[in-house]
Design a binder for this molecule. Structure first.
Ligand code: BGC
Length: 788
């Protein structure tokens, strides 16, 4: 990530290119499962009609005829505006390059006034007046920050996710932008990797549904409307599988695993009509993705039919020099030939392609194709019709960070929280008596918006303390004490504050802080402990090797528990943490991730029971780091463990169980749900018929609540080893107390398919286990025999 400085640049460039952004439901029952792509609300953005395509071709052919080689190469150049505060490479001389037609796109400049000025540089000065495309990392909301993507995924609500992307597009386009570097759909099965926070978690089926919903939300049904953004699915490919969870590290995996587990969400975004794709930093089978022809051309374009533009990640062309693939000219030629169209920030294309063409190292059609795809994107965005169509100052004043948007962000956040534990109905809190709110994250607006919210102003977010005060009502007395710093390790904290301080440390000694917290606790009926990570302990270049709660917080927690009063932990995190001890000691844990601008009141809504939590985790919580990678859809070994206890010569550990702390799909509610048995429409199936699997779910508690009913399938005998279970459908249903609903899933041979050893997408006859439940561990099951 590159965050853009809030500092204004010296006047020359400042006026135009510096930007003052900071550094730094109810769901109907019986809604169709997200299974098979047909199911959820996301209609696919309509492809251009043939006459429209022909019109576009005529226009671009004519334009390209007029373009010189340098002007074509100029279009392939994407620069960063403003002042990037990280990374070794920062774009310079941008204004001059725009005048010379050497820039195709700019990112990280915002506001209609500034964008208009930059656009005017191109339109009024460059020879062919080709408009610039304006991008930004609009990842989870814009000025109104929504919960981090890992949290949004936990809602399992595709309409909600689509709406969050729609609103982000509405706000960002009102601020002049037309391109977002989102959705990030990298399957992430390693919580050490900081960017798991930006992902949808570990599952390809859910990840694909989310990819579609986001593309649809950003792009709407017409890219040329001034309230839509072109989406960019990233990071193609496999970035989430970096070795050891270390960012930018190598990736190596079998093609079977790529096709079955890691590719589906990228492909889903392509199928949904995503306009652009970003290549990833990592290598794949020994070739960096940015220069990997198999990925960018064979898979993406030939197999999946992608027609849009491919952009590199930030200087990922140049970084191939460090990968050991040659000098800048060599790696730039390699990238272009691989199928890369646009070079982000590194300017390798700009400075070497002419020479490479002269030396026969790239061809004219390769340059032309890349240029054409960029011009096509601009055409589809309507920029040739009106380069200033996104520069409406009135919209910027009225459509950004509005009360209505903040209300939706608050409601959205409540639906992403996951109740991990709730012994004896410790939660919800009563609206009377005294609450001691303690912990380093209790009064920290700065940390609420989460990583990768570059456009949100954290000072406008609401802290948990303020949220609690707003929502509690007059019968509740709230006492606050910080109690601890996030970590005793001030150097670690400093490393996470690279984009600007996320929190001032309290430099009093740990015992003094704890004593202050105990004083607050002494007068309270219940203690709410706001703990976890700083927002920037996750995100780019924020990998961690220790997923425990830091010692400073553990010490505070133990002191609070020793008071004998009920302690509820509100856990702030951007990744699964290994909170085994806390789970054992505490009666209640509510995982709230980083909930966005309205996190504070949203958490209070849930703590007081105005909203019933319904989120379910989409990345497995390990017991310890040694279990990683740990995910639910693993394949059986030849020596599977029978039961939970250690067995010699079986696949298990001496020192920890095989099971996770919390399994994929897990999350509690203030009510309880009972599952009946599965009823299959037939136990024997043939050919392309459809099977219906029905289960009755009952709300057996006292309040209304939503449940995510999950369908898993196991292919019991196949020509390849197959996962023990794979998610193939889900429905989020609302049940009143005592109410029962029948939930039906349709299973066709599509859901039985997998990529076999020859990478053919097939299904094989045989026995299949159909499992339905409220998480990936606790399921009912039936078997079906399916013949060809
Ligand atoms: C990140 C991308 C991001 C780009 C532009 C890179 O460091 O990997 O996800 O879109 O910067 O900010």
């Amino acid at each position: 990530m590159r965050r853009i400085s809030s500092i204004f640049l010296p006047m020359a460039i400042c006026s135009v290119l510096a930007m003052p952004v900071r550094i730094t439901a109810q769901v109907k029952a019986q809604q169709p499962a997200a299974s098979s792509t047909k199911s959820r609300p996301s209609a696919i953005a309509p492809a251009q009609s043939l006459p429209e395509q022909a019109k576009m071709k005529t226009f671009i052919d004519a334009l390209m005829k007029k373009m010189t080689l340098d002007e074509k190469i100029g279009q392939l150049n994407l620069l960063v505006g403003g002042e990037a505060t990280t990374g070794s490479v920062v774009s310079t001389g941008v204004e001059d390059k725009i005048r010379k037609g050497q820039v195709g796109g700019i990112f990280s400049v915002t506001s209609p006034q500034r964008i208009r000025k930059v656009q005017e540089l191109a339109i009024n000065n460059s020879r062919l007046k080709i408009p610039i495309i304006f991008g930004l990392d609009v990842i989870h909301g814009y000025r109104t920050a929504f919960p981090i993507p890992l949290a949004l995924a936990a809602s399992w609500d595709m309409e909600l996710i689509e709406r969050s992307a729609r609103m982000a597009a509405q706000e960002a386009s009102a601020d002049g932008l037309n391109w977002t570097f989102s959705p990030m759909v990298d399957i992430s099965r390693d919580p050490r990797w900081g960017r798991i926070a930006e992902s949808s978690g570990e599952d390809p089926f859910l990840g694909s549904a989310i990819a579609k919903a986001m593309v649809k939300g950003y792009q709407g049904d017409d890219l040329s409307k001034n309230n839509t953004l072109m989406a960019c699915v990233k990071h193609f490919a496999l970035y989430g599988a970096s070795e050891a969870g270390r960012d930018y590290h190598s990736v190596d995996m079998s093609r079977i695993k790529m096709y079955n587990d890691y590719f589906p969400p990228y492909k889903a975004a392509v199928d949904a009509g995503v306009g652009s794709v970003m290549s990833s930093f990592n290598d794949v089978e020994g070739i960096p993705a940015t220069g990997n022809k198999w990925l960018l051309t064979d898979v993406l374009r030939k197999q999946w039919g992608f027609k849009g533009l491919v952009v590199s990640d930030y200087t990922s062309v140049n970084e191939m020099i460090d990968h050991g693939l040659g000098d800048l000219q060599a790696v730039s030629a390699l990238s272009l030939k691989a199928g890369l169209d646009m070079d982000m920030v590194g300017e390798g294309f700009l400075t070497t392609l002419r020479k490479s063409l002269q030396e026969g190292k790239v061809t004219q059609p390769e340059i032309d194709n890349a240029c054409r795809r960029i011009l096509e994107a601009k055409y589809k965005l309507g920029l040739f019709d009106d380069p200033y169509r996104y520069c409406d100052e009135n919209r910027a004043k009225t459509e950004i960070f509005t009360d209505a948007n903040r209300k939706i962000a608050r409601e959205t956040a409540t639906r992403t929280f996951v109740l991990l534990k709730n012994l004896n109905n410790t939660l919800p809190l009563q609206r009377k008596g005294t609450i001691a709110l303690v912990g380093p994250l209790a009064n920290s607006k700065e940390n609420m918006v989460g990583t990768w919210a570059v456009s949100a102003d954290p000072s406008k977010a609401t802290s948990l303390l303020d949220g609690l005060k707003q929502v509690a009502g007059s019968n509740v007395n709230i006492l606050y004490a910080r109690g601890a710093n996030v970590t005793e390790d001030s150097a670690l904290e400093a490393r996470t504050s690279i984009f600007g301080k996320l929190m001032e440390r309290d430099n009093r000694n740990a015992d003094t802080l704890i004593a202050e917290a105990l004083k607050a606790a002494a007068g309270a009926d219940v203690i709410v402990a706001a703990m976890g990570e700083l927002a920037e302990m996750t995100g780019e270049a924020s990998s961690r090797s220790d997923l425990n709660l830091p010692r400073s917080q553990k010490k505070l927690l133990d002191a609070l528990i020793a008071t004998g009063k009920p302690v509820v932990m509100v856990l702030f995190t951007g990744r699964p943490l290994s909170i085994v001890e806390e789970d054992a000691k505490l009666p209640a844990i509510l995982n709230v991730w980083f909930g966005g601008s309205e996190a504070g009141p949203a958490i209070a809504d849930v703590l007081f029971g105005d909203q019933n939590p319904s989120g379910k985790i989409t990345a497995t919580f390990p017991r310890n780091v040694g279990q990683i990678p740990i995910y639910y859809s693993y394949r059986s070994t030849g020596r599977p463990l029978q039961g939970d206890n250690f067995q010699k010569f079986r696949s298990n550990y001496l020192d920890v169980s095989n099971t996770p702390l919390y399994p994929f799909g897990y999350g509690l509610s203030y009510t309880t749900f009972n599952y009946g048995d599965i009823n299959l429409s037939s136990a024997k199936m043939k050919g392309n018929k459809q099977l219906t699997a029905t289960i009755t779910v009952t709300n057996s508690g006292k309040v209304a609540g939503e449940e995510v009913v999950q369908l898993y399938i196991r292919d019991k005998v196949a020509s390849n080893t197959r996962p023990l279970k794979e998610l193939k459908g889900f429905q989020k249903i609302l049940l009143q107390p005592g109410e029962s609903k029948q939930v039906s899933f349709t299973v066709s041979t599509e859901e039985l398919k997998f990529y076999n050893h020859e990478l053919k997408h097939i299904w094989e006859a045989g026995e299949f286990e159909i499992m339905i439940g409220g998480n990936s561990r606790d399921t009912k099951s039936e078997t079906v025999w399916w013949d060809k």
